[in-house]
Write a protein that binds this ligand. Structure first.
Ligand code: HEC
Length: 402
């Protein structure tokens, strides 16, 4: 019989598109930030040109010039950069919907965090993305906006607060990806609502033979700089899904905060480097990033979901198989019984003692060191049961007395 796993195929298609669009967007974004910072002024530049930059690539030389407001006349052909951003958002939202809305019961909701119906959770999720953008945009338009540092601090607090809030609404994994997606939405919002419309207004004035308003370009530049500093943290939040140690903890807001600081410091280093400054003025960024990252690693390793290192009686193979049967085999079996899971995920079966031995590292990571599995703790696994699995694995997975 032809059995099509629609969710999996859509997941694959949207993910492929998302990664490609994301690479293109970030690639152009990095390039233009570099270009901007590498512009050099000299006396012979034409009227209206703020600087120029020589680049070499692909067997030829390029001379790039930036007209800070606009050239005196519209060029015949003008290349825009916007679809990369739009498609990154569209494909990302579609992917999120396939995983977290379609599979809301398993992926989005954790009944131990908050007992939500699927529709409620989905509504909150969508509202969150819209709300995040609105608050951010208001901050940028508030009196704060003239103090660059104060504004950055406010945006930083907004993101950390969202992480705190989301971990009290959704599963740890969903909370983390929602923070990333909210920041991503802000970034695309900047392109869609501010940068591109402002550029269109400038083009319109030029065509009408008027002097364009220089504030329009300056505003676009401002938002584009925010996007630049948010890029590295967002990428880590997106790939966090593969790392339960990142998303599965009680203080996600702290993890998010550290990721923001690490990513922004590294970005800052590259930004300064592109301006051509001497490396010795760049002393603090990498050390800061490394120290904060080390702190994150130690902090997260310090608090496994359950402590399986203490001396307690080692359970027998029969005991642990019984636990797996109740808590894992509804999804991880040749014949699954969970209505949302048609095939054992990742081909991981957890029905017999051989299965448990074969996948012991995965079991330890997903169910003992973190509470990533059972998904959404659907089967209500207790910490005592997690600990039993951990102790058995650490004791060398013995058969034990019958
Ligand atoms: C409600 C269904 C469900 C239950 C119950 C469940 N899992 Fe999973 N498990 C999944 C899904 C779905 C994935 C794939 C996750 C993803 O998409 O990243 C998965 C992935 C895994 C993986 C990683 C597989 C890989 O590809 O590397 C391991 C290990 C795992 N589960 C262990 C367990 C253990 C141990 C239990 C029981 C304590 C358990 N799971 C219970 C649904 C479930």
């Amino acid at each position: 019989m032809l059995e099509i796993a629609y969710a999996d195929w859509l997941n694959l298609g949207f993910r492929w598109l998302h990664v490609i669009a994301g690479i293109s967007w970030i690639g152009t974004s990095f390039y233009f930030i570099f270009l901007d910072l590498s512009l050099r002024k000299h006396a012979s530049l034409p009227q209206g040109v703020g600087g120029e930059s020589w680049n070499v690539h692909g067997g030829g030389f390029y001379l790039m010039r930036k007209y800070t407001v606009a050239p005196a006349e519209m060029p015949k052909e003008l290349h825009w950069f916007k679809y990369e951003a739009y498609f990154t958002w569209l494909s990302g939202f579609a992917l999120l919907a396939v995983i977290y809305y379609w599979g809301a019961e398993s992926y989005l909701i954790d009944k131990e965090v908050l007992d939500l119906q699927s529709w409620e959770a989905i509504l909150i999720s969508v509202g969150f993305f819209a709300g995040g953008w609105i608050v951010y945009d208001l901050l940028c338009r508030s009196p704060f906006s003239s103090h660059e540092l104060l504004l950055s601090a406010a945006v930083f607090v907004l993101i950390a607060f969202s992480a705190y809030f989301l971990t009290h609404l959704f599963s740890g994994r969903a909370a983390f990806v929602h923070v990333g997606a909210m920041v991503g939405t802000i970034m695309v919002g900047n392109v869609f609502f501010i940068i591109i419309p402002n550029q269109k207004k400038v083009v319109k004035s030029l065509l009408a033979g008027e002097e364009p308003d220089p504030r329009l370009g300056a505003m676009g530049k401002h938002r584009s700089t925010h996007n630049n500093y948010l890029t590295l943290p967002v990428i880590l939040m997106m790939i966090s899904q593969h790392y339960p140690m990142l998303y599965d903890n009680d203080n996600s807001w702290l993890v998010v905060t550290l990721i923001l600081l690490v990513g922004a410091s590294i970005r800052h280093f590259f930004n300064l480097m592109h301006t051509g400054r001497e490396i010795k003025t760049l002393r603090w960024q990498w050390p800061t990033a490394v120290v904060l990252m080390a702190f994150l690693v130690v902090y997260l390793s310090w608090q496994p979901a359950v402590d399986a290192s203490t001396e307690v009686e080692v359970p027998t193979a029969t005991d642990v198989v019984a636990i797996a049967q109740v808590h894992c085999a509804s999804c991880h079996a040749v014949k699954t019984t969970d209505p949302d899971v048609k095939k054992a995920p990742g081909g991981v079966m957890l029905e017999t003692v051989e299965d448990l031995r074969k996948h012991s590292t995965g079991v330890l990571k997903q169910s003992v060191l973190s509470r990533a599995m059972p998904l959404g703790n659907k089967t209500k696994m207790t910490d005592a049961e997690r600990k039993a699995l951990g102790v058995w694995i650490r004791a060398g997975m013995p058969d034990g007395e019958e």
